[in-house]
Design a protein around this ligand. Structure first.
Ligand code: MN
Length: 498
């Protein structure tokens, strides 16, 4: 799960030498205090690094290029304490290639009514300088996040923290490699797509392997390793025999342990962070990877079923973005299965044949062994549970033939009214915003898939900002969605994103 990098964000303050050394000394002092306090706040998931005040074209250009080269720098936060003529920023911005945030703040929170004079005005004019800077960033068409407010405000700090996670998603997207086990499910449209374009846009490397090449890794796992992992499963999860013979049950579970170990070895050795499988193409594997895939997702691997590499990469991306969230509630692959259409209780029951990530589970997790109606293999072991309540985001990345679109839906997860004792899979139940009727209508009009990448720990804003940084269309389906405007948005976007 670790990205292997100790990411940091640079804090770059803009000014100029027109106001004299005394003023510049204060600018530097103020920005140092802001950086110190931001780091002390405990709100930010990554460290902020103070940089000397940027006052000339030469220094600005050099600093941005250093930021490009520093592997640990995940983005630059800019702030114009005073006025900084924006032509000085053109070359630096032109050469800069990482996430950019414009923190539109000022050192003092309140106007010092009793003492304010023109010296104070000259020294503290972010309202002025940040507009000049913002103008050039807009004129140059550079994607950036603008955050407005006093730097000590917890709301502002939370926005900065949220943007930092988006920035990590932007930085890490190009380190996602997806291993495709066999091909996509035959005849399915929405899981297909242009893998070359995905690499150009998102930096994803997506490679296919014959299923038996990965199955060999499974076959080479020793009995001792399998037994140890099965022990771990039996310690950690409830065992629901449901009338099956305990020995036979354990043998089915052991098959998944072998798959977990073998698959992980394959992925680690070949440096993949996401994987897709297909129930119709299992080669010498004895079971559809179920419990094994659930455990790999829990460890941070992305997953998409039936060859869905776009969703697998999105699940991995979202797991990276959400990594280390305090009180994280989880991130998973899901599939829209069946509706409750009773008035006032509308929602979509989410599951998959087997493969839902246990990070989203609420309460105890059980192992079941049940037949699988699809495919032609023995009954696979799987983890079964229900999911947490609360707001979450579900996204679908689709290939429209000439471009990608990210569909982002705010959803509200709920408990189902009654237990579903005969359903042998992990489930969630959610109502899409603004309600099932409009949410599902908008999703379908946008061409959204039946597979989603889902997280309780990320927001629509973060996903949309990531899409913007990738240069692709994003559409939001949320409390403000109405169909007439949404259809117009799709029409207008089709002209903009050619
Ligand atoms: Mn599916």
């Amino acid at each position: 799960m670790k990205t292997g990098k100790n990411y940091k964000f640079w804090f770059c303050t803009g000014s100029q030498d027109l106001y004299g050394d005394e003023c510049l000394k204060k600018v530097a002092e103020h920005s140092r205090i802001i950086v110190e306090k931001l780091n002390e706040s405990g709100v930010l998931p990554f460290e902020v690094v103070w940089k000397p005040t940027l006052i000339t074209n030469e220094v600005i250009r050099r600093t941005f290029n250093e930021a490009n080269q520093d592997e640990e720098c995940a983005g630059v936060i800019t702030w114009m304490h005073t006025f900084s003529p924006a032509k000085s920023w053109i070359l630096g911005l032109q050469e800069y290639r990482k996430p950019l945030c414009h923190l539109h703040t000022q050192f003092n929170e309140e106007i010092p009514y009793d003492n304010i004079d023109m010296d104070f005005m000259n020294e503290n004019q972010s309202a002025h300088g940040d507009r000049e800077y913002g103008h050039i960033v807009t004129r140059m068409g550079i994607e950036r996040k603008v955050i407005v407010g006093h730097w000590s405000d917890p709301e502002v700090q939370k926005k900065l923290a949220s943007w930092m996670r988006t920035a990590i998603g932007i930085m890490e997207s190009s380190h996602i490699r997806v291993a495709r086990v066999a091909d996509n499910m035959r005849n399915v449209a929405v899981t297909e797509g242009d893998k070359v374009e995905a690499q150009i846009k998102f930096g994803w490397e997506i490679d296919a392997y014959p299923v038996n090449e990965i199955a060999e890794y499974v076959e080479q796992v020793s009995k001792g390793e399998i037994d140890a992992l099965v022990e771990e499963y039996y310690d950690k999860y409830d065992i629901l025999l449901e009338g099956r013979d305990p020995k036979e049950f354990r043998e089915h579970v052991a098959v998944q342990a072998g798959i977990e170990i073998g698959f992980e070895r394959f992925l680690e050795e070949k440096n993949y962070q996401a994987i897709v499988t297909h129930f119709g193409d299992l080669g010498s594997l004895k079971q559809l990877p179920g419990l094994a895939i659930q455990r790999l997702m829990e460890k941070g691997y992305g997953f998409g079923a039936e060859g869905d590499w776009k969703t697998a990469a999105m699940v991995r991306l979202m797991k990276i973005m959400a990594e280390g969230t305090p009180n994280a509630k989880g991130t998973s692959f899901f599939e829209d299965y069946t509706y409750n259409l009773v008035k006032g209780k509308e929602g979509i029951l989410q599951a998959h044949m087997l493969e839902v990530c246990p990070t989203v589970a609420d309460g105890p997790i059980s192992i079941k062994v049940c037949p699988l109606s699809m495919g032609d293999r023995e009954d696979p072991a799987r983890l079964v549970y229900t999911c947490k309540e609360g707001p979450a985001v579900a996204v679908s990345l689709v290939d429209l033939g000439n471009r990608f679109r990210l569909i982002i839906n705010d959803v509200e997860c709920k408990k189902v009214e009654k237990p579903m004792p005969k359903l042998p899979v992990a489930t969630a139940f959610w109502t899409p915003m603004p309600n099932l009727q409009t949410g599902a209508e908008a999703w379908i009009l946008a061409g959204g898939a039946h597979h989603t990448a889902f997280s309780y720990d990320l927001t629509a804003e973060q996903m949309g900002d990531w899409a913007a940084a990738m240069g692709i269309e994003a559409v939001y389906i949320d409390k403000d969605t109405n169909i007439r405007s949404f259809k117009n948005e799709l029409r207008w976007n089709s002209i903009y994103y050619r």
